[in-house]
Write a protein that binds this ligand. Structure first.
Ligand SMILES: [Zn+2]
Length: 100
């Protein structure tokens, strides 16, 4: 199988919502197999990222005020279809090493 076929298949899965396509710092794309929309933690200065636990990611998304989203729509004349939140930072010095 050629690499082009692999990437075409990844794009197909991404369009179908089976996997997530995530732009990376280097301008390429990363793919994440999580079926549901979820949040990522991006390590600053590298392409390494971790999935945020789904329950915590959902809490953040639920806490985004719908009134502000609709005000953005009104003032900008757009329709918001989805919201992505990406967390960025570094590993805490005291944290245990938990590679995803
Ligand atoms: Zn992910």
């Amino acid at each position: 199988m050629s690499l082009a076929t692999v990437y075409n298949t990844l794009d197909l899965f991404s369009s179908a919502g089976l996997i997530l396509r995530i732009p990376s710092k280097s301008g390429s794309f990363r793919y994440c197999g999580g079926q549901r929309s979820h949040m990522h933690f991006q390590f600053q200065g590298s392409d390494q990222m971790m999935d945020v636990p789904a329950d915590l990611g959902e809490k953040i998304m639920e806490s985004i005020p719908a009134s502000i989203l609709s005000e953005i729509e009104d003032r900008m004349g757009v329709r918001i279809d989805s919201v992505d939140v990406q967390l960025k930072g570094a590993r805490a010095e005291s944290a245990p090493s938990t590679d995803s």
